[in-house]
Design a binder for this molecule. Structure first.
Ligand code: DX5
Ligand code: ZN
Length: 224
């Protein structure tokens, strides 16, 4: 199995102690963090935005993966790039001009991702697959941390990998996001996911942040 990234989602962190908590996860080996931006329209919740991303960028050299759960991301892409995003993911469901948005993200010097809700098929991504760096298969309905993992989505992960093989695309990340922890991380990786986002199970798990992160990593080495 190729190298798998375990990316803590800061949505589940204590925002009053964000820098410390990110450092703790980094101490356990994390080098990629997932940043959830919610607009109260595309998803029924609000979260964080540019100021928090800027503050995080100022205290961390880790890779910052920004997941935009917003209706109209186009006018904000440059602001997120300037605030320190390394990768910007937009939702397929809200982007009729995916080609323009993806090329804009790349022009800004970021990697580009496209997210699919659990009910969105991956087939519509075929045209764009060669131009994107990451497909995010949501394993919960976006909007909240701490929800239950939807196992059927792993079939979609495998379908994205098959599409990648058919199209002879060398490099593509497939990310899963929502409800990931020790009980299913290995299964998600076996289906073809190489970026596993984990919020509650890292920042609100049974042990310290270091212990939780290490336990999920260790679970990846166990046979399914
Ligand atoms: C949900 C977000 C997720 C969330 C995952 O809308 O996109 O990134 O933080 O949280 P957990 O791991 O707690 O399900
Ligand atoms: Zn997310």
């Amino acid at each position: 199995m190729a190298a798998v990234v375990l990316a803590p989602s800061i949505l589940a962190a204590d925002f009053a102690r964000l820098g410390d908590q990110v450092r703790q996860a980094e101490g356990a080996g994390a080098g990629w963090f997932h940043v959830d931006v919610m607009d109260g329209h595309f998803v029924p919740n609000l979260s964080i935005g540019l100021p928090v991303l800027e503050s995080l960028r100022a205290v961390s050299d880790s890779f910052l993966d920004v997941h935009l759960m917003m209706d109209n991301p186009g006018p904000f892409l440059e602001l997120f790039a300037k605030a320190g995003a390394d990768l910007i993911t937009i939702h397929q469901e809200v982007s009729p001009h995916l080609h323009r948005d993806i090329h804009e993200i790349r022009r800004l010097g970021c990697r580009a991702g496209v997210a699919l809700n659990p009910s969105t098929p991956p087939d519509t991504l075929r045209e764009m697959l060669p131009a994107i760096d990451l497909v995010l298969c949501m394993t919960v309905n976006p909007g909240f941390g701490g929800q239950q993992f939807i196992p059927e989505v792993l079939d979609k992960v495998a379908r994205v990998r098959r599409m990648q093989a058919e199209m002879n695309i060398d490099s593509l990340h497939v990310e899963v996001d929502g409800g990931i922890g020790v009980s299913n991380a290995r299964q998600a990786a076996a289906a073809g996911a190489d970026v596993l986002v984990a919020g509650s199970s890292v920042f609100r798990g049974p042990g310290t942040i270091e212990e939780n992160y290490t336990a999920i990593r260790a679970s990846l080495a166990v046979a399914v």
